[in-house]
Ligand binder design. Structure first.
Ligand SMILES: [Zn+2]
Length: 446
């Protein structure tokens, strides 16, 4: 069987949601502080001020229909997410928070759908509590900016947790490839460093995220294939609950466009982030602009080819005995454009010998084999003449190449030697190589 080499092609807009959301009637959201509302690393009284400020930070999302109301201290020492009262704890009453975690939002939903998009269902949040780690030295933005002694910005952490409380996820998770400033600098970025006050003010990505839950917002999707062979024409469609007036597009390849249903032809291979700035007319917000982007949304590929400077798709080097190492020279500079690979070994000396009858059994089960590794080690069954074939493919098409190899049973050479044997692989007629390979595969599976 042909083996998937590269993992599923990722495409994501920047922000994420948790899948929970408050209903319109829940606003203004009422919230309480627990008994120990004073955090001992903060100046007296600042604990309440900073929570108010952190809630208020989300008002920068002008078109999100949100609101909050502080109801005071409710003298609640334990955390109970099922009591329906949104409570913020400075202490960690259940010692639930692991070291290194600054704060946690615990929320629960009931099985009532409050919002539905083309890709997601949101269930009704009924309670959400925030607990801060009581072993962290928190500081105000002012203190940190004046003279930081290792404090963590409480406003950054509180604003982040209040984002979670509204149903927002992270702009990037720990370990995600994440380089775009807008994501790294978002309040909803997964971490914040000591002395770092970033995140104390929400940014454009955060605004998109909360507005898409609670305000006039729009998304888009491709209504034709967005992954395929270059040149690739992609048709996009704006989706919105609000009245859409117009949209301005950045297709990611330097080209722009307008309209609610444009088709753009990608002429250069690559992975492209698409952005639409959508003009909306909405009863809540009047006329507004909402920007929505999807990272790496379009993938236009050429058929696999050798990397620049490489003479062929692959070479083979002797390793030890009858074992040889393959070196794969296929260009992988556009991520996702190679996703399938199959190697075969045939008895013979030339392209004409690439036939199902000549397919070599490599693992001793009397059946010809196909290997799915990127650059497999091959152990030939005996000395002699062979033809190695690599079939490689992706959204841009399939290619096959072959290389005649004379297998000799000899000891490994000095470690300095890494020369490839003979000439580089030559591309062969796509169909003949692949058909041979697929015939072999079919036989093996039956
Ligand atoms: Zn978080």
């Amino acid at each position: 069987m042909l083996t998937l080499l590269v993992l599923a092609f990722p495409a994501a807009h920047a922000w994420e949601h948790t899948g929970g959301a408050w209903a319109e009637d829940d606003f203004a959201l009422e919230w309480y502080t627990a008994l120990e509302y004073e955090e001992d690393s903060l100046a007296e009284g600042y604990g309440r001020t900073v929570l108010q400020d952190s809630w208020d930070n989300w008002y920068d999302a002008e078109c999100a229909a949100i609101g909050h109301e502080y109801k005071g201290d409710r003298n609640q020492a334990e955390r109970t997410t099922s009591d329906g009262l949104t409570t913020i704890h400075w202490e960690d009453p259940g010692d639930e928070i692991e070291p290194g975690v600054l704060g946690v939002t615990y929320s629960i939903t009931e099985n009532v759908i409050v919002k539905e998009t083309s890709t997601r269902i949101y269930r009704h949040l009924t309670d959400a509590d925030i607990v801060f780690n009581d072993n962290v030295d928190f500081g105000s933005v002012e203190d940190i900016e004046a003279d930081c002694a290792g404090q963590t910005s409480i406003e950054s952490v509180a604003t982040h947790e209040i984002g979670h409380l509204h149903g927002l996820g992270h702009s990037c998770e720990d370990g995600d490839p994440c380089e775009e400033d807008d994501l790294v600098q978002a309040t909803m970025f997964w971490s914040v460093g000591a002395c770092d006050t970033q995140g104390a003010v929400i940014n454009e990505d955060d605004i998109q995220s909360i507005t898409s839950l609670y305000g006039s917002s729009a998304t888009f999707e491709a209504v034709s294939a967005r992954i395929g062979a270059n040149p690739l024409a992609v048709e996009f469609q704006i989706l919105s609950d609000s009245e859409v007036i117009d949209a301005t597009w950045k297709f990611g390849d330097g080209e722009t466009g307008t309209g609610l249903n444009p088709t753009h032809e990608y002429l250069v291979p690559g992975q492209f982030t698409v952005e639409a700035e959508v003009e909306l007319e909405d009863p809540v917000c009047g006329t507004s602009t909402y920007t929505y982007d999807q990272l790496g949304y379009v993938l236009a590929c050429e058929a696999p080819r050798p990397a620049e400077g490489a003479a062929g798709y692959f070479t083979v080097a002797h390793s030890d005995g009858l074992t040889y190492t393959t070196i794969n020279h296929t260009d992988v500079s556009v991520y996702g454009c190679v996703d399938t690979i199959a190697w075969e070994v045939y008895k013979g000396t030339s392209e004409a010998d690439i036939t199902p009858e000549n397919l070599v059994d490599l693992d001793g089960d009397s059946v010809g084999d196909s290997l799915g590794a990127w650059a497999p080690k091959i152990t030939f069954p005996a000395e002699g003449n062979y033809v190695m074939v690599m079939n490689i493919g992706g959204p841009g098409g399939l290619r096959a190449s072959f290389l005649p190899v004379v297998a000799e049973d000899r000891a490994a050479e000095g470690s300095s030697s890494c020369s490839s044997s003979g000439s580089s692989s030559a591309a062969i007629g796509l169909v003949s190589g692949l058909l041979a390979a697929l015939a072999g595969l079919r036989r093996r599976r039956s």
